[in-house]
Design a protein around this ligand. Sequence first.
Ligand code: BJW
Length: 250
Amino acid sequence: MTSHEAARIVEVRELASRIARARRLTIMTGAGVSAASGVPTFRGPQGLWREYRAEDLATPEAFARDPQVVWEWYAWRREQIAACQPNPAHEAIASLAKRPGAAVITQNVDDLHVRAGTPGLIRLHGSIWELACAARCAAGTRPWRDERVPLSPLPPRWPHCRGLARPAVVWFGESLDDATLTAAVQATACDVFFTVGTSSIVYPAAGLVHEAKSRGAFTAEINLEETPASPAVDMAVHGAAEQILPLLTE
Ligand code: BJW
C-alpha cells in the first residue's frame, strides 16, 4: 500500500466517524457521482457533443438561437440516461439520506438519486425528465413530466398554447427556483457538509459548502481531482465516488 492510499484510508475513516456522530448531515452532489453509471460529466473532453461545449448549449441564448439543436442534445442525453442505472455512490447516498437530520442537494438533472430511493432530494438545477413552456404561458408555469424516449423528431410543444416546450432545467444566467434554493441554504446549517463529484465552479451551488463552513459545519469534498473548493474544505478526499461512498455507510 502506498502512503497516499494509507492516508486516504485514515481520511475516509475519520469522515465516516464524523458522519456517524452528526446530528445533521448534508451531502451535495454533482455530475461525477453519476459518471460510473455512464452519464457524461459536463466539463473536460467527454463534455463535448458534436462540436459544441456543454456550457454553450445550456443557455437560454442557445435555445433562442436554435431550439432544434438544443433539443437534439437533450434528446441524446435523455436516451443515454434512460439506459443508465444508479451506481454504488447513489445507493450509499440514499442510505445516508434515510437517517433523521440528513439532506441531499444535487446539481444533477438525471434523477438517478430518485431512482436509488433518496428521500426529500433538493434538485437545484431541475430535471431532464420535466418540460416547461418556453414562453412561460399562464397554463405552462408548472413543469410537467415527460419520460418518452425518444421524445419526438421536432422540438416538443406545450399543448395548451402550442408554443415551444423547453427542458425544465436551470440554464446559465437563469435564477434557481426560490423555494429550492432556500431549502438548500437551510441545509447548510448542519454538523457535516460534504460534496461529491462536483467541479465546484458553478454558483450558487458552489457557494453552499463555504456557507456551511461559515456556519460551523465540518466540510469535506470527494472528487477525483482538486477543485477550487479543495483548499477551503476541512478534508479533501481524492478518489472515485462509487468506491468511497460505500465505505462511509459501513
Ligand atoms: C468524479 C468522478 C468520480 C468525475 N468520482 N468525482 C458568482 C460568481 C461567478 C459567476 C456567477 C456567480 N453567481 C452566478 C454566476 C453565473 C453562473 C456561474 O456560476 N457561472 C460560473 C461558470 C462562473 N451561474 C448561473 O448562471 C446560475 N444562475 C444564477 O446564479 O442566477 C442568478 C444570476 C444570474 C446571472 C448572473 C448572476 C446571478 C445558474 C447555473 C445553472 C447551471 N446549469 C447547468 C446545466 C443544467 C441543465 C443540464 O443538465 O443540461 O448545471 S451547467 C452544468 O454545471 C450543470 C451542472 O449541474 C453544473 C455543475 O457541474 P458539475 O456537476 O460540477 O459537473 P462538472 O462536469 O463540472 O464536474 C464533474 C466533477 O466530477 C469533476 O470535478 C470531476 O473531477 C469529478 N468526477 N468522475 C468523483 N467517479
